[in-house]
Design a protein around this ligand. Structure first.
Ligand code: ADP
Ligand code: F6P
Length: 456
């Protein structure tokens, strides 16, 4: 029987029920839950010696195949090349990018090990769907093992403009590896254009208006498949959570005041410091909101071993503390900064209880939080989404208030406008947003990609 075989570095805690953080784990889990299949990835464990066999575990329709990493692999492949080189570069932060040859070698070696693990159980007819920047060379490694199955790749992050990619050591090889897949999927047309731009600038190939690509003597499809959410499920979950103890406690703590919410991994791409400054601007320039509204930022730490991530928490705490110090009163705090995770159900309830969803990344492949916030609103009394123009989601979510996150004063003023928006306008905007999210949910995303992959 033909199976969908998903491969990614991070796999969601499928059987354990913990909250999967990060768009990849959330999106893939929802896609696999519906249709079943195999999911191979890193177990999250670090071991002393390279284990020779992956572990297989089955949860309902999903079989999870887990590989452990050694400390050296974790340091070079995951922290080193994937998150120390590719992540900053793909998020336009060449200033934060670091590179070393041992890291690149570790990256290549782990991709080879993932390919060998797959080779052990792939069957004729399987469709292999590889996810994200950790595993770009996997197709090349699989082809070297004589695997002739259809291979698809989906990049969850932005694909940078050619001028930026040119700064990444090994860029030509990366693009050649991408061109080895049969289907190369991106979040938005802007990302497809970045890929096409590189091929043109470097005179390596072309992509036509139908996404048919030719480069390095190969042909492939390059197209946008914006990832989405399980819209219907979230709508129900958010409504079910309305009377939950967590939401009741949150509302009681607000004592009738309005809440603005932000939910992100603590990543420099998310624009958190500027977001806090936008909130400061709201209270500074629009004093009528002092004592009337609070901002709650949920931001659990991520990739803490990398020095690029170490200062963010400190910086955020400093700014939140300063603003709270300047504006708080004995019975009101302007900012609540929380650095832990919550279950997806609890988050759904928190989104619904919030009058504003504040999603202001400096750049983001998609940003599922923006879509989740919209789906969780009460259609009769919906909140307003304030969304960065640099999130992939801004290409789709026309009913949002689109802002430039670098101009935090304007973002603060937009917040003031959003807090005063009439019920009629809020409903109208929410309807536009929901029409899109009902039509294009995670199932539509998966089906579109699978259809492209099946198309010989
Ligand atoms: P990224 O993939 O860069 O982390 P996204 O916004 O696309 O950004 O995806 C983040 C996902 O992780 C969302 O589904 C969100 O609900 C989830 N998430 C983020 N922070 C938390 C948290 N503190 N607790 C639970 N889930 C979280
Ligand atoms: O969705 C973007 C993403 O980078 C995923 O690739 C990744 O799994 C997730 O965010 C969380 O990051 P990490 O896997 O490094 O914890």
């Amino acid at each position: 029987m033909s199976r969908l075989v998903v491969v990614s570095n991070r796999i969601a805690p499928v059987g354990e029920g913990g909250p999967p953080q990060g768009g990849l784990a959330v999106g893939v889990l929802e896609a696999l839950r519906e249709q079943g299949g195999v999911w191979l990835g890193w177990s999250g464990k670090i071991v002393e010696t390279v284990p020779d066999k992956p572990r297989f575990r089955t949860f309902g329709k999903i079989t999870v195949v887990e590989l452990d990493l050694t400390q050296l692999e974790y340091d070079t492949y995951y922290l080193g090349y994937a998150n120390g080189t590719l992540w900053p570069a793909f998020h336009y932060r060449l200033d934060l990018m670091e590179f070393s040859r041992p890291n690149l070698e570790g990256y290549q070696a782990v991709n080879r090990r993932f390919a060998r693990a797959l080779d052990g159980f792939l069957q004729p007819g399987d469709r292999v769907w590889v996810h994200d920047y950790h595993l770009i060379p996997l197709a090349t490694e699989l082809r070297a093992l004589d695997i002739s199955l259809r291979l698809g790749f989906f990049l969850h992050t932005p694909f940078p403009a050619a001028q930026v990619l040119l700064g990444v050591p090994w860029h030509r090889d990366l693009v050649e590896h991408l061109a080895t897949y049969d289907v190369v999927g991106f979040q938005t047309e802007r990302d497809v254009a970045g890929f096409a731009d590189y091929l043109t600038v470097e005179k390596l190939g072309t992509i036509d208006e139908n996404g048919r690509g030719e480069a390095f003597g190969r042909t492939f499809l390059a197209s946008a498949f914006p990832i989405s959410i399980e819209t219907a499920g979230l709508v129900k979950q958010a409504s079910d959570m309305e009377g939950s103890p967590q939401v009741k406690r949150l509302k009681a703590s607000m004592r009738g005041r309005k809440l603005m919410i932000g939910v992100d991994r603590l990543d420099y791409s998310k624009g958190l410091v500027r977001r806090i400054k936008a909130v400061e601007r709201l209270f500074e320039a629009h004093p009528q909101f002092r004592g009337m509204v609070s901002f709650m930022q949920i931001a659990p730490p991520t990739r803490g071993e990398l020095h690029q991530y170490r200062d963010i928490r400190h910086e955020l705490e400093q700014h939140s503390g300063r603003i709270n110090g300047a504006y708080a009163d004995y019975d009101w705090m302007p900012i609540r900064y929380i650095s832990r995770s919550y279950s997806r159900r609890t988050l759904a309830g928190f989104y619904r209880a919030s009058a504003i969803g504040l999603v202001t990344p400096l750049i983001d492949g998609m940003n599922l939080v923006a879509k989740e916030y919209v789906a969780c609103q009460d259609p009769e009394d919906p909140g307003v989404l304030v969304l960065s123009c640099f999130a992939g989601a801004a290409q789709e979510l026309e009913g949002a208030l689109i802002v430039n996150p670098y101009d935090f004063e304007s973002v603060g003023d937009t917040l003031a406008g959003a807090l005063q928006m009439t019920l009629g306008e809020r409903r109208e905007r929410h309807k536009i947003l929901m029409d899109r999210l009902k039509r294009w949910d995670v199932t539509a995303w998966r089906r579109a990609f699978e259809a492209a992959l099946a198309d010989g």
